[in-house]
Ligand binder design. Structure first.
Ligand code: FNR
Length: 380
């Protein structure tokens, strides 16, 4: 199959990854209306085409929280990434490193902080979920610092878990290796099984053996179900900031009032995000909220965004609206499921090429010069 777009990678991943793990990526909460809006709201924003402008020597480079990138497109933190293909987190981190963009490792990953550090050279970012067990969070922060992580992404929009019907129907709330349904999905993908058989890194090593009472994947599932902290507050953000001491990015901001509180917290950046439409269904798309948030706080804090980016054109639209960085979740997961590390590299190449050409068609040679003038008035 010839791969030209992120959608091509998605089609291939659907064929190669066991249904319950493919569905885990390609799903949103409840009616999935926010998940769909994240993508479709990009379509109504129109670009201004310019002609007869010098388009040689172009650069999409743009720093995120002071760190150089080849383009402002980081890999978003995604849980269970190692279920798209064996050692998925390591493979994704390596592809990100080769492409010169940040990789963010999720608390809920299969490979651990130390596994990823061992197999990469470039510093990666670590995403923290605050659990009721504060000692566990402190331990994760210390491990991330020891592994040389260069930014901490603190996720604020998952104090409670959004309900995803596909996961419930597929039985993904318990260990899939203990259910008939799990095996019925897994055994139809022999190539995926072979990959998994060839690795020892199966078992949520950020958590298993580190959190109190979590000794195996079974205890992990019950621990996770009751450990997200519904009492998470801005005071927690303060102690995390102090404990971490490095670049802090707050993820899951969708409202101007929360953006202002984030500025007051002293964080370095915020990510305008609705968790890829996986939490509050009915919330607005990220791209529709970006402009108001940039207008309110963009001169005081670096504003990033994620949700629904499927092309370089989408990245350019977000940058034009004032984002200083973007993240992709599903596009790189589809790449992983389709072709492992090569697939993630392909996803990043596709987006980079589209971004570079789109910038040129808009009459610019440097992404840092893109602004709202490059969008058609009345369409954003
Ligand atoms: C996520 N997301 C997420 N966010 C986070 O902070 N920690 C996590 O562990 C996860 N896990 C996760 C799993 C899967 C399968 C998906 C699809 C998403 C949200 C993620 O970081 C990001 O906000 C969205 O994925 C962005 O939307 P797109 O690019 O997937 O449309």
């Amino acid at each position: 199959m010839t791969i030209c777009t992120i959608e091509d990678l998605q089609k291939l991943a659907r064929r190669r990854v066991p249904k319950m793990f493919y569905d885990y990526a390609d799903s949103g909460s409840w009616t999935e209306s926010t998940y769909r809006a994240n993508e479709s709201d990009f379509q109504s924003i129109k670009l201004r085409q310019r002609v007869a402008v010098d388009m040689t020597n172009r650069s999409t480079a743009m720093p995120m929280v002071g760190q150089p990138t080849s383009m402002p497109v980081a890999l978003a933190p995604t849980g269970l990434t190692g279920m798209q293909c064996a050692d998925g987190e390591i493979k994704a981190a390596r592809a990100a490193e080769k492409a010169g963009v940040p990789f963010t490792l999720s608390t809920m990953s299969i490979c651990s902080i130390e596994d990823v550090a061992e197999h990469t050279q470039a510093p990666f970012w670590f995403q923290l979920y605050v659990m009721k067990d504060k000692e566990f969070a402190q331990n994760l922060i210390d491990r991330a610092r020891n592994a040389g992580c260069s930014a901490l992404v603190l996720t604020l929009d998952l104090q409670i878990l959004g309900q995803r019907h596909k996961d419930i129907r597929n039985g993904l709330s318990t260990n899939p290796l203990k259910s008939l349904k799990g095996w019925s999905h897994i055994l139809t993908r022999p190539r995926w099984c072979l990959g998994m058989a060839g690795t020892k890194r199966h078992s949520f090593r950020n958590i298993v053996g580190h959190a109190k009472g979590v000794t195996d994947v079974d205890s992990l599932f019950s621990w996770t179900a009751e450990q997200f902290d519904p009492q998470l507050s801005w005071d927690d953000v303060q102690w995390i900031k102090e404990r971490w001491g490095g670049k802090l990015i707050l993820k899951g901001i969708l409202d101007v009032e929360d953006a202002k509180l984030a500025v007051a917290s002293g964080a370095d950046a915020i990510i305008v995000s609705n968790h890829g439409g996986r939490q509050l269904d009915g919330a607005p798309s990220s791209i529709s909220q970006l402009k108001a948030i940039v207008d309110a706080v963009g001169d005081q804090i670096e504003v990033h965004m994620d949700g629904g980016i499927r092309s370089g054109q989408d990245v350019l639209k977000a940058i034009a609206l004032g984002a200083k960085g973007t993240y992709i979740g599903r596009p790189f997961l589809y790449g992983l499921g389709a072709q492992g590390e090569t697939g993630v590299s392909k996803a990043l190449e596709i987006i980079h090429k589209e971004l570079d050409l789109t910038m040129a068609f808009c009459g610019e040679r440097e992404l840092t010069r893109i602004n709202r003038n490059h969008l058609l008035p009345g369409t954003f």
